[in-house]
Design a protein around this ligand. Structure first.
Ligand code: PLP
Length: 395
């Protein structure tokens, strides 16, 4: 009899979103006249921008034309998109060759698949609170996990210390759930740690486009030394509304070598074995994001979410509540008032003002006592939620 991967039995049930769904369902059943203001969602609410839609339409027409039709796409990505992404990095002073960029169907897929590159005996370091996929993907692979807690004292931006012994270092900046962003100096400390210890950083840049402070790095490759110790995983999901369209990219520098093995070459081998590439139509749509018009339009959408963040931050400022995020990220991570627990605060918001957020505890034990608001909702709902929150916090 075949033995399944028994590590699945070690996965902790993800109670977070299940519990939220159960609690909101029960509340609505008991209070059918009420409506909810959902500030917990990590999905976008605005549609794809015009430049992308136009490019998608053109690509569909290409597929109906004998001369312009595309069959299988190159496994690592269409050259036109790999070039466009490399140029995007170039605009920020990061030099990449197009074959260091791999087109993917999104960051979630890559965060799981990329683990093929590493020995199962390596240890993964997850800085918490964290996006849950980092831990789960490594549990499934049977890898040991080292949990590094962070807190208000370090602004939820932990720094390396000599006691840490890990091979794969997850860094998410701007962070989900905290919205905190590492400075160049703080990232340099992790790059130095990785280079000194032969470790590799998996840098999740899914929210880079939300950074507005020009001193903050969008990419790990803005940091000297990163080409020999980092892989960057990015997504167009939040940047350009591709959550349902699916497109992302991964950067693996050719200088990334461990034990005589070149990780860029290994990933080419992996992709050519395990995928037949991303759809031509979607890649064409994605390429429009990197044109000047596409950039202008996606930033108009991002601005809508930023305005939502501003409205919520004003409420918290006025109430004197500590928070991080919001300015350079689509998430606001607030301390629950009066020492409340995160589920206690969740229940209070649901019961008293019908606002639904995400309890911090769901992102790791050190998230207890904190609460996440997402800014991806509609401006109308955000305004009403903010008005209700302000009133509640005054009490
Ligand atoms: N990484 C982080 C930090 C995220 O928050 C998300 C989605 O919420 C992802 C990756 C996944 O993105 P994608 O939609 O490209 O799979």
């Amino acid at each position: 009899m075949i033995t399944p991967n028994m590590h699945y039995a070690e996965l902790k049930d993800s109670y977070l979103f299940y519990n939220i769904a159960q609690k909101t369902k029960a509340y609505l059943e008991a209070n059918p006249d009420k409506r909810l203001y959902r500030m917990g969602i990590g999905d976008v609410s605005l549609p794809l921008c015009d430049a992308v839609i136009q490019s998608l339409h053109e690509a569909v027409d290409d597929q109906a034309n004998k001369e312009r039709f595309h069959g299988y796409m190159p496994e690592c990505g269409a050259p036109f998109l790999r070039e466009a992404i490399a140029n995007y990095y170039g605009q920020r002073g990061v030099t990449l060759s197009a074959d260091e960029v791999f087109v993917s169907s999104g960051a979630s897929d890559e965060l799981g698949d990329i683990l093929d590159l590493f020995d199962k005996k390596s240890t993964a370091l997850v800085m918490e609170p964290a996006y849950p996929a980092y831990v789960d993907a490594n549990v499934i692979a049977g890898r040991q996990i080292c949990h590094l807690a962070s807190g208000r004292e370090n602004g939820f931006l932990p720094q390396p210390d000599p006691s840490i012994q890990a091979d794969l270092l997850y860094i998410c900046s701007p962070n989900n759930p905290t919205g905190a962003v590492f400075s160049k100096e703080q990232l340099k400390a992790w790059v130095d740690y990785a280079n000194q210890n032969g470790a590799i950083i998996l840098f999740d840049a899914a929210y880079e486009a939300f950074i507005e402070d020009s001193t903050l790095p969008h990419s790990i490759f803005e940091i000297e030394g990163a080409r020999t110790c980092a892989i960057e995983i990015c997504s167009l999901s939040k940047t350009a509304g591709f959550t349902g369209t699916r497109l992302g990219y991964t950067v693996i520098p050719k200088d990334l070598v461990r034990n005589g093995m070149n990780l860029n070459e290994m990933w080419v081998r992996n992709r050519t074995t395990k995928t037949n590439g991303v759809s031509y139509i979607i890649q064409k749509g994605g390429a429009a994001v990197f044109t000047p018009e596409g950039q202008k339009q996606i930033h108009q959408n991002i601005q809508v979410y930023k305005n939502n963040a501003k409205i919520l931050m004003e409420v918290l400022d006025q109430a004197g509540i500590w928070y991080c995020g919001g300015k350079n990220a689509p998430y606001i991570w607030m301390e629950c008032p009066n020492g409340m627990g995160s589920w206690e605060f969740f229940d209070l918001l649901l019961r008293e003002i019908q606002v639904v957020g995400t309890p911090g505890e769901g992102f790791g034990a050190c998230g207890e006592g904190y609460f996440r608001f997402s800014t991806f909702g509609s401006p109308e709902d955000t305004k009403e939620a903010a008005r209700r929150l302000a009133k509640l916090l005054q009490k």
